[in-house]
Design a protein around this ligand. Structure first.
Ligand code: SAM
Length: 315
């Protein structure tokens, strides 16, 4: 069961999508003074070394965050509308959409000496943004990653602000809902290494919405040729609509999902070609913020002509 280790995938295109959306959502929720509780049902190890063995072996960050951080000619990026008429500076960052720029700034904050040796996972990104009176609940079931997460979090000396739970996020995270301040973001980011994860996301979300209908729920999922993966956003949309809740669905595709034929004539699956984020009760500002950011991310991370993004909302 526990073959998935996020260290192999840290900083890949799926993390770029997920963490750009996470940061934009948190920024909005943190504009209000009242305490926010963030529940991260599948936290991972928290921090990753991109120059370490795991990330080096898979090289996935090279097609994700490292591509975004590499200097490029300004013309490689279509500037967002609001800067289109201004002089385009030499640095690619000068033309970046605010949500993408913000994501890169957060990653850079973990690499004060430049480059990207360290990649922050969702627990560290969230902790970086939270204020002292906010709370963070982290669930991680893998024994090694849970130990690493605890050790990484201990270094922050955040005391009671952060709880690390070596428990099933689907099984027990609803115990924190609703939180006393009645303001929460729940991030669900399973590895989907077992098929039942798709159904568990749906069951968990239904139960969470029953307990706390006004919470913000953010679900990442892989876009792969599997009926469950295809059905998940459709079912979440139906669930949100039936509950009278607003929703937002963002996807990012970086390459074709077609089978590849090797020189020896064997066929193999390409790595993950696309993924999506589905939010229930998203910030009302999110769609407008993501539109230019996803457009640029698609251009910058495209591996072939099948690169695309979509952004849809309702409710
Ligand atoms: N959210 C992290 C981030 O953005 O940095 C990455 C999480 S990774 C995609 C999924 C994690 O869920 C893995 O570390 C895996 O060990 C853990 N996991 C798998 N099943 C779980 C469960 N039922 N409850 C909690 N954690 C689980």
């Amino acid at each position: 069961m526990f073959s998935y280790r996020h260290a192999f995938h840290a900083g890949n295109h799926a993390d770029v999508l997920k963490h750009t959306v996470l940061i934009a959502t948190l920024d909005h929720l943190l504009e209000k003074e009242a305490a926010l509780t963030v529940v991260d049902t599948h936290a991972g190890a928290g921090l990753y070394r991109l120059d370490g063995d795991y990330a080096g072996t898979s090289g996935e960050a090279a097609e994700g965050i490292l591509r975004l951080l590499a200097p490029k000619p300004a013309a490689a990026v279509t500037p967002p509308a609001q800067v289109a008429t201004k002089k385009i500076a030499k640095s690619v960052d000068a033309a970046l959409a605010p949500a993408l720029q913000r994501y890169l700034d957060v990653v850079r904050a973990f690499n004060p000496n430049g480059g990207a040796r360290v990649y922050p996972g969702s627990p560290f990104i969230t902790q970086h943004l939270l204020r002292e009176h906010d709370k963070l609940k982290l669930f991680e079931l893998h024994p090694t990653d849970s130990r690493t997460l605890s050790a990484n979090i201990a270094q922050l000396e955040a005391g009671r602000q952060i709880a690390v739970l070596h428990e099933d996020g689907f099984g027990s995270a609803t115990k924190f809902l609703p939180p006393p301040s009645r303001r929460a973001l729940v991030l669900m980011d399973p590895s989907y290494e077992i098929k039942s994860d798709y159904a568990r996301v749906l069951d968990f979300t239904a139960e969470a919405l029953k307990r706390f209908a006004t919470g913000t729920y953010a679900i990442w999922y892989p876009i792969i040729p599997r009926p469950e993966a295809h059905d998940l956003p459709r079912r979440l949309k139906t669930m949100a609509t039936k509950a009278g809740k607003s929703w937002l669905h963002a996807t990012l595709t970086v390459k074709s999902s077609k089978l590849l034929t090797t020189d020896s004539g064997e066929t193999k699956r390409p790595g993950l070609p696309a993924s999506g984020m589905f939010l229930i009760n998203p910030p009302y500002t999110l769609k407008a913020l993501l539109q230019p950011a996803l457009e640029q991310t698609k251009d910058l991370l495209a591996q072939d002509r099948h690169a695309a993004f979509s952004l849809d909302s309702g409710g």
